[in-house]
Design a protein. Structure first.
Length: 153
């Protein structure tokens, strides 16, 4: 038996999941009753494929900017170091189907984008590493599998 780890995803058997999917990782309740929901948005099959960094980086910028047009309770959306997905954190938003719709709208925005927001040395820490076309390819593939986002295993 494997020792339980402090990090939720370290306890997930990555050989059993079937990407792409959107999975509620957990809910943390604050002392005043606010609840933070954290989601694992897995674009690529762990240990089999990954997103190339320029496309992932541009997708991060596009999603971070555009998801906030579809919800007021986004705390953060950021990429996983393994380059297979993103984590999305929301506050006081516990409707899973709304999260799927929000993500679908955000990825559609990516397909419609003509530029990557904040893609310059003033607003970005590695402005040379971007690919709008790469981001669009990742978004298009994820959207094409929308029907299965709720199936993790």
């Amino acid at each position: 038996m494997t020792k339980k780890m402090n990090v939720e995803s370290f306890n997930l058997d990555h050989t059993k999941v079937k990407a792409p999917y959107v999975r509620l990782v957990g809910v943390t309740e604050g002392e005043n009753g606010d609840k933070v929901q954290k989601y694992d948005i897995r674009f690529k099959q762990p240990n089999k494929e990954h997103m190339e960094m320029p496309g992932l980086h541009s997708l991060e910028h596009l999603m971070a900017e555009n998801i906030r047009n579809h919800a007021d309770n986004v705390l953060d959306i950021g990429p996983m170091g393994c380059q297979t997905g993103f984590y999305l954190s929301l506050i006081n938003h516990d409707n899973y189907d709304d999260v799927l719709t929000m993500l679908e709208k955000t990825l559609t925005d990516v397909l419609d984008a003509t530029e990557v927001p904040a893609c310059n040395e003033v607003q970005c820490g590695w402005a040379a590493s971007h690919s709008l076309e790469g981001a669009k390819e990742i978004a298009k593939e994820m959207l094409s599998k929308r029907h299965g986002w709720h199936e993790v295993f």
